[in-house]
Design a protein around this ligand. Sequence first.
Ligand code: ZN
Length: 683
Amino acid sequence: MNPLLDFSGLPRFDAITPEHVAPAIGSLLAENRAVVQRLSSEEVAATWGDFVAPLTDAGERLSRAWGIVGHLHSVKDLPPWRDAYNAMLPEVTSFYSDLGQNEALFAKFKALAASAEYQQLDTAQRRVIDNDVRDFRLSGADLPPSLKPRFKDIRERLAQLETKFSENLLDATNAYSEHVEDESWLAGIPADVVAAAAAAARAAGRSSGWTFSLRAPSYHPLLRYADKRELRQRMYRANAIRASELGPAELDNSPLMDEILALRFEEARMLGYANFAELSLVPKMAESPAAVAAFLREIAAKARPHAERDVAELRRFAAAELELGELESWDLAWVSEKLQQNRYAFSGEEVKQYFPEQKVVEGLFRVITRLYGVTLAPDQAPAWHPDVRFFRIMRGESLVGRFYLDLYAREEKRGGAWMDEAITRRKIAAGKGAGVQIPVAYLNCNFPGPVAGRPACFTHDEVITLFHECGHGLHHLLTQVDELSVSGIHGVEWDAVELPSQFMENFCWDWEVLSGMTAHADSGAPLPRELYDKMLAAKNFQSGLDTLRQIELGLFDLLLHSEPPQPGGVAEVLARVRNEVAVLQPPEWQRFPHSFSHIFAGGYAAGYYSYKWAEVLSADAYAAFEESAASAGSVLDRATGERFWREILAVGGARPALDSFRAFRGREPSVDALLRHSGMISA
Ligand code: ZN
């Protein structure tokens, strides 16, 4: 039997090979087409039991199997898995595109929404139907027949272009390496990064020297710590021009970006919207592009004086202490690190030694236990790499959820950190597997692994990233919703989906929580209070500059998708946004958009603002824990945690995010907590 078709339990990573993909996905597509065909017939009544339930069941099998393939494509992005994924991608995309435009199904959903039965359904079920009716409209189901083939072509072409965009970026990242033979060029670079570079050089067959790459664990510390300016400049430039016309033509994302924008605009116009940004906001919490722009500009105005102060301070320090007359883009991280050390007398590297992997993971689990009353323990499951670990979450004696933890960076793994679902919670009414289906998640990071016998140690930023992804994981795993389509993160508005993840980040700044997950890698000593105080003092170091950078990305994305696409429009919009928002201008040859996967490949198109949007919500939610700490003595307050779980995590997408927020907080969201947390208004 094909292991991709085994839905009796966890994905069978010990048995699944690329050869299984085409037959398994092919047969699931055939099954789904047959089910859709049957349900489209007039004999099938538009009821929940006869219509929605069988459609959901068949769809779940396909999305589970295709989800496994997509996951393996992300963590083993080498020819066999890349080819297997790409071979089926057009057919899968085409199936979903057909499904989204199936008039018979659309008519049944509309009939169900207008039926007497609808009034008898529970709120989760009604929301499933409402979302489906909306999504059918957005998928082109209301389009006149003459326009449908073109609409379908656009969708398929976009899926290919977006995949190619990220493949080009990964290939361009891997194509570059900087080999250093002169040891003096290593000055300032942390020992573990140097050790990894030496190992990389040996792995590439060189008997001497050090090889640095553009992958995060090599690139970021190099830009931050390398004293050799020429080395920083070379690496910065290589990174900044990735996948652009300034590199190899076959990896140039420029034509892909132009075509993606043109097709998105055409798609939006076909559906009756003025532009893609309007279309993008329909299923989101934010009202309109104008409202989002006003939101971003409001925060930009508050951040600007702080950002200007940050830059003036960097320039002064660079000139006075580092003899740098001109502050270039490749100097920013390095000068910032030096200024931070000068002012707060600690380095990120020093802090990192206090965060060995095991203590961090234990600390994270303790937070989850104290907040939500669940316990976490190691479990066993086949995985895709020996470094992957597997855990279960229990409430008393009952299993709540399970997750894979894949922490380390690998060459064949896509960059960044992300949570993905393997299995989603739902209630199965009858037959085989009746009862509650236990959810399973993938948590993926790109942290440095153990080097030369030392345990992996994480920077504070990496600890925050881990908490962030775990927040997504908990949203998926702790849901109580019985309907698949609105369970966990399913059906949650795009711009509210980062609320639980960014919420979790806040705990990485609480002394009790933080100190409890530290033990120096050499001495075993916990984080000294003095060092923590410095970290806290440094927390909002350059927060004005960081905020403006985020606003710049959000506004660029929003305006790019709000206007009719023009040749050369990407560069023009970016220049305009930078003139409005940025206080520092990068070099003319910088090609940031060419690696902006979030909006060109990651589904954040006209949605990048949602990070800030959700930050407002998450900061305000965390403020409830700060308020309860005043009486409970700890932010890890079980009662407030219970309320957060009940009103936000447990309900998932079963009700509008704004309603959930109001239910938790007892009022409308306010930006005050975010501004206070980032030092832009006093406590
Ligand atoms: Zn996130």
